[in-house]
Design a protein around this ligand. Structure first.
Ligand code: 13P
Length: 251
């Protein structure tokens, strides 16, 4: 079923104490103020996954990792496997984020392996795609996004794809304060759904497609009202409990 989802990507911010405080604040406000069908997901750094999972255990809030290894286990110093993430209580993993693609060589080939590891270990995947500023300016943004889909998501079986959520994050909008316009967002989300339909047919109507990139409490309402937008992947604004709760309430 196509779900409304608001996910907070905390990236590499804060300490364990900060993570506990933020989670407790969000869980408290969520209990008091949120009465909706929006799935809320928190994505802390790896070392805090278990604590955040325990703190949200008796709530409807779910937990995501920000990455996972392409391998199942073994001599890969510093890596974190999908099974480790599952064992820490997380149910989701963000894969393909532009920061991973840009700084950590997460190519489409590597990402397909990571997605498969995640799915094998029962994680739902929030798969990020999006074009750079140069790609948009040269009018190749549709080609870029289509290629990112074809190389990874289109390689999955329908059952595997059913466990995937797509996040459209134009790189030029991430952390810049420049939000894509509602017209740009709807145009791209519709395009993404059409590309997915070519492979998966009507199943793609059930896929949640989130928007990410300087989404905040001031613009979320307008973005979430768009027909092909099913929620948001929130960076900076997810680090402030009040802002994050306001975004959830924007639906
Ligand atoms: P910002 O909301 O800080 O622009 O980050 C978006 C993002 O990268 C979420 O994954």
């Amino acid at each position: 079923m196509r779900r409304k989802i608001v996910a907070g990507n905390w990236k590499m911010n804060g300490t364990l104490d900060d993570a506990i405080k933020l989670t407790s604040e969000i869980a408290g406000m969520y209990k008091d103020e949120i009465n909706s069908d929006v799935q809320v997901v928190l994505s802390p750094p790896f070392p805090f996954l278990n604590s955040v999972s325990k703190l949200t255990n008796n709530t409807a809030i779910k937990v995501a990792a920000q990455n996972c290894a392409a391998q199942a286990s073994g001599a890969f110093t510093g890596e974190v496997s999908a099974s480790m993430i599952t064992s820490c209580g997380a149910g989701y993993v963000i894969l393909g984020h532009s920061e991973r693609r840009t700084y950590f060589s997460d190519t489409d080939e590597v990402l397909l392996l990571k997605v498969r590891q995640a799915l094998l270990n029962g994680l739902q995947v929030i798969f990020c795609i999006g074009e750079t500023k140069a790609e948009r300016e040269s009018n190749s943004h549709f080609d870029c996004v289509e290629k990112q889909i074809l190389n990874v998501l289109s390689q999955l079986t329908p059952d595997e794809f059913a466990k995937c959520i797509v996040a459209y994050e134009p790189v030029w909008a991430i952390g810049t304060g420049l939000t894509a316009s509602p017209a740009q967002v709807q145009e791209m989300h519709h395009f993404i759904r059409e590309v997915l339909k070519k492979q998966f047919g009507e199943q793609a109507s059930e896929t949640s497609i989130l928007y990410g990139g300087s989404c905040n409490e001031n613009n979320a309402k307008e973005l979430f009202a768009l027909p092909d937008v099913d929620g948001g992947l929130i960076g900076g604004a997810s680090l402030k409990s009040r802002s994050f709760i306001s975004i959830i309430k924007s639906f």
